[in-house]
Write a protein that binds this ligand. Sequence first.
Ligand SMILES: Cc1cc2nc3c(=O)[nH]c(=O)nc-3n(C[C@H](O)[C@H](O)[C@H](O)COP(=O)(O)OP(=O)(O)OC[C@H]3O[C@@H](n4cnc5c(N)ncnc54)[C@H](O)[C@@H]3O)c2cc1C
Length: 437
Amino acid sequence: MDTPTVKPARVVIVGAGIAGPTLALLLKQKGYFPVVVEKVRDMGNVGIALSIHPNGMKVLNRAGLALDVVNGPPSSPPTLAWDDYTNTGEFLGGPASSLLAGFIDRYGWPVIGVTRTRLQTLLIDKCRQSGIPVHTGWRLASWDEVGDGIVARAEDGRELHADFIVGTDGLRSRTREILLQKRGVEVQEPMFTGIVVRGGQTPTPAAFDTPAIRIYYGATTTVISHTLEDGMSVWGLNYFEKTPVKESWSTVLAEDLQKEIDLTLEKLEGWAKPVREMVSKTTKMMSIGLYDRPELPVEQWYYGRGIVVGDAAHPTTPHVGQGANQGLVDAWHLSQLLPSCDEQSAKSLDRAELETIFHNLAAVRQGPTAMIVERSREQGKLRVVTDKSPGAKERRDDLIRSFWRDQDTFNQIHDMLYNEPFEDKEGFAKMMRQRQE
Ligand SMILES: Cc1cc2nc3c(=O)[nH]c(=O)nc-3n(C[C@H](O)[C@H](O)[C@H](O)COP(=O)(O)OP(=O)(O)OC[C@H]3O[C@@H](n4cnc5c(N)ncnc54)[C@H](O)[C@@H]3O)c2cc1C
């Protein structure tokens, strides 16, 4: 039976973060004409880093980017271990050191640490090389359905016409706001979780001989580090703050860097040597408040010819490292649910058909993403302990030790995440073989 196709359709994708350009690349492969719009004019040097997990790596590979991410230059080695310690360096993890190395066998792909700027640049460059326009300095003000399509309007009055619109515009998504207004749903502000991450990029300490995720648990705060490209690591201090702190990706100005390093070191008095070394050698730094939102019911992910995915639909805190990865999984599923385009096809994508596809996407993705947002919030409470009662730290440390002893639960959680969005057990090995040929 022939797979039904439609005439080549145009799509406006709002936001050139992680999910947006990836979706554009996947849809281009299916014959669509995507256009990506991004409010920031110069994407420059934003944010610090991301851990891309096996689920996200599989999608990046299908979008044609995994080799560039892994192989560089600069190259990002597979992350082989995940070790938990107390702040003074006592090992809390059980069989931790072998866990991440096993991901390549179990899921076909490793965890990779990558600087955010590099991933975003790779994605945008790949879009442009593939003939996908990326308009930066184009901030979505409104969108409406007109005739058999949509019109998206920028704040400066520019307009784009397309068959449908996908909002990948993150935590404070304007696409989502408009969509909910069209549905008559009250628009809520994101919720500050009370946790702030002060983090930086730094040369990897000599003591860190294996590319790894390392977490150091203090009495009330936590430092997480992850190996990145070419001898660099990222560290992040998670701490409590009563007053909401902005979720800005801007980095500290060069002239303020030393002052910020010193302030951070004051908070880390007595912590393990590699932690203090990472902070003291920081080359780039930022602070960001962590926000999420209550889950969006399935029907509110879309309206007519518009849908939101990624953080625009389900923003999450980063404690389980899944925000960007889930955006990539959304992009994959949406690209698979949409029909292929064919010049010979006489059929256009109609509104009812789009709404059915959007509903199906939301129905598949709402449950897992809502669970991850919740799980991440819970994980945050282990990292930033606000309980001041005696023994709170020890109880938390015991809980972490017990997690590590329960290998079955670990495997179950990871199977659920990393068998998504499709199986690709040979993927990484195949990619590396092709690179050598
Ligand atoms: C400290 C920290 C660490 C994190 N670490 C990880 C990690 O290790 N792994 C992981 O998977 N996730 C991590 N996350 C989460 C991850 O950053 C997000 O989930 C991910 O960036 C979401 O991708 P997205 O494409 O949906 O949105 P975003 O990456 O937020 O991109 C949205 C884009 O839309 C643009 N935009 C917004 N409004 C408009 C508008 N009106 N018009 C046009 N453009 C607009 C924005 O400028 C932005 O470029 C972390 C988050 C934080 C805060």
